[in-house]
Design a protein around this ligand. Sequence first.
Ligand SMILES: [Zn+2]
Length: 105
Amino acid sequence: MSRKKQKVKQIAREHIDLLVEYALHEKDDHLAAKQARQAKKIAMHQRIRLPYEIRQLYCKRCKAFIVPGRSARVRVGRAKTKAVRITCLKCGHTYRKILIWNKDL
Ligand SMILES: [Zn+2]
């Protein structure tokens, strides 16, 4: 891959991180969804695989952007599992999210 392409990808990644960050803190759901869609669009365009933490924020079924605690219902499972169940309030799809964010694992 050329150096220029790598640079473009790097900038795209930073852009995606920012958009997701904004979307998570955005109080307006429509705006948050728009920023989240934009982030995904950039990733697709640049063929960037979104990191796990970001992929978790999109509903697996309806692809909606999910803000835990707001557009999703979060249930903590049994104490030892270290996972929460997240229900997308847009389509009702439930999935598990592992709470350990240790990237060394
Ligand atoms: Zn959904």
